[in-house]
Unconditional design. Sequence first.
Length: 229
Amino acid sequence: MSIAIGIASIPSRCEGLRRVVADLLPQCNKMFVYLNHYSNEPGFLVHPKIEVFHSEAHGNHGCPGKFYRAADHGGYFFAVDDDIFYPSNYVEKMCEAVDRWRACVGVHGIRLRNFPVVDYYSERDRETFRFSKARAEDSLVDILGTGTLAFHTRHVKVTSAWFDHPQLSDIPVAADLQRQGVKRVCVARTAGWLKEMPESSEPSLFQLGRRQRKLVAAVVNSYSWGKLP
């Protein structure tokens, strides 16, 4: 069973990256690390399983850099973030969910309540299933958070559309999955199975995108979204 993990990071999240690598490296065969604007490569990334890419050499892909080598991988692919604590059974349980649904699965999910949206981050326009909260059952959603996303390449094709917006990966990825006819499933779990790391003094890639609310709403409204059951 081939399992690859992709992650993108910015320098202010280096310590978070170190922790995520330590937690998930034993659970995978390969890890692709995309470093955005790092002046030096952290020593903990020197490992036979890890392949590192720098934005200076490969372009400023921002958050979607986590998918930089996903199209070349055959097998299970996990996209993760550098500000989440992942448990020791994360890959095992998510692979089971992928096999159960033959779809793209995640732990953080969003259902759009209104379309077009005015403010993508408001409760008026969306219902959010936060990754740190419990869910009793698997649920179909419009959008999955790409920091908790998994799929098998036999079900999903990674395309150039996933890289359309450097600070927004969740929305373009979900829209392209819908175009492919791939279900997005937010999985059942207990509370605290995934935990958020304490915030650093500088924003994460997700937080950088959240500050641009008008842009985010325009991006959401530029796609067609189907009606969930």
